[in-house]
Ligand binder design. Structure first.
Ligand code: GTQ
Length: 349
């Protein structure tokens, strides 16, 4: 089992040169990189992106680069385990803070990766997804599924900033990432389906069941006010169990998107939460409150609007030391892993 495998250095230089010339390589020196013993060796390093540090940089981007020259004016979160310039917050999660100033628009496009936005700051911005105008209110989760047209606009008076989460790393790995551009969409003049068709959990418009769901992504916006109310209600009646809700497709009960999933988490006053080790990587965005999380020994003191990452199989403990609850949104890649027949949880030792 623990036999020392042969190294590249043990092979004659002439043989190494011949392999390189033939575009082949020996597996055995790399065997333990490809297949580490017992558990994966994540590259991702847990990191806290403090909003106090990022916000001035995002605002400055708005002075340095007009939106026309950016298409999307975004500062992405670069995993320190991969280094600067890396468009990955974890192995599978791309995330970035996007700025839109009053009166600006970001042109319509559609692309193979899927996106979700978590609104961080400001009022009056909206995104139009396949003709549906979705108001952006702080804490809302708004979907832009694969292949859906989307453009952004802003009719308010102060900058709006939101956090994008995309499955871009996977699509780049697949060599499948591309976009198509188009003029701004003319939005339908009615509220979005979260208000018109899916305003209450457990109720959906009557349809011929064989036709259901008649859209793969029937609800694009998850208003924060409802999410917070649902978490508080659950906390009040849920004993000592973790208060965490999945964002789901209201027609199918499936995860909200194909690759990335989202949960909303409430930490009660004084609560400590130690989730089971699991194979999903994650990004935690703080909507409200403050606390401290330890991720593989790294201690992150967080407050509202901060974001921190956790690699796969991370040892995580969240603690809320305050008298008020704290609310976080967790972005994870469980939907992808389930589709691969891979998702794993391990009991805590
Ligand atoms: O808003 O459409 O952060 O296409 C990266 C790529 C945002 C967007 C990003 C995108 C978008």
């Amino acid at each position: 089992m623990s036999t020392q495998l042969g190294t590249m250095e043990e092979l004659p230089q002439s043989y190494r040169d011949a392999m390189a010339a033939a575009s082949v390589g020996p597996l055995w020196p790399q065997m333990r990189n490809a297949l580490p013993h017992g558990a994966p060796k994540p590259v991702t390093r847990s990191h806290l992106w403090s909003y106090a540090m990022l916000r001035p940089l995002v605002i400055e981007a708005g002075e340095l680069t007009p939106v026309e020259k950016a298409e999307r004016r975004v500062l992405f979160l670069a995993d320190p385990g991969r280094g600067p310039g890396t468009m990955q917050a974890t192995s599978t999660i791309y995330a970035g803070l996007q700025l839109l100033k009053p009166g600006e628009t970001a042109p319509a496009h559609k692309h193979t990766p899927s996106a979700a936005r978590i609104v961080v700051e400001g009022e009056g911005a909206y995104t139009v997804v396949d003709g549906e105008k979705l108001p952006m209110v702080a804490g809302d989760v708004i979907l832009t599924p694969t292949g859906c047209w989307h453009d952004h606009g802003h009719s308010g008076t102060a900058p709006v900033i939101w956090l994008d989460a995309l499955d871009l790393p996977l699509f780049m790995f697949l060599e499948g990432s591309y976009a198509v551009e188009s003029p701004l969409q003319a939005p339908r003049n009615r509220p979005d389906t979260s208000e018109v068709e899916y305003a209450t959990a457990g109720l959906a418009p009557r349809r011929n069941r064989s036709k259901r769901p008649d859209a793969a992504f029937p609800m694009m916006r998850y208003p924060w006010a409802r999410t917070e109310a649902a978490l508080r209600q659950m906390a009040a009646h849920h004993g000592g169990e973790a208060v965490e809700l999945d964002y789901i497709n209201p027609e199918t009960g499936e995860h909200a998107l194909h690759v990335l999933g989202f949960t909303a988490l409430m930490l009660r006053p004084g609560e400590t939460l130690k989730p089971a080790l699991n194979s999903a990587s994650a990004l935690f965005h703080v909507v409200q409150g403050s606390g401290v999380s330890t991720v593989n020994g790294a201690v992150h003191h967080w407050s509202a609007k901060d974001t921190f990452s956790a690699p796969v199989f991370a040892d995580i403990e969240h603690h809320n030391p305050n008298d008020a609850p704290a609310f976080l949104i967790r972005v994870h890649d469980t939907p992808l892993q389930e589709k691969l027949g891979y998702y794993e949880e391990r009991a805590l030792s």
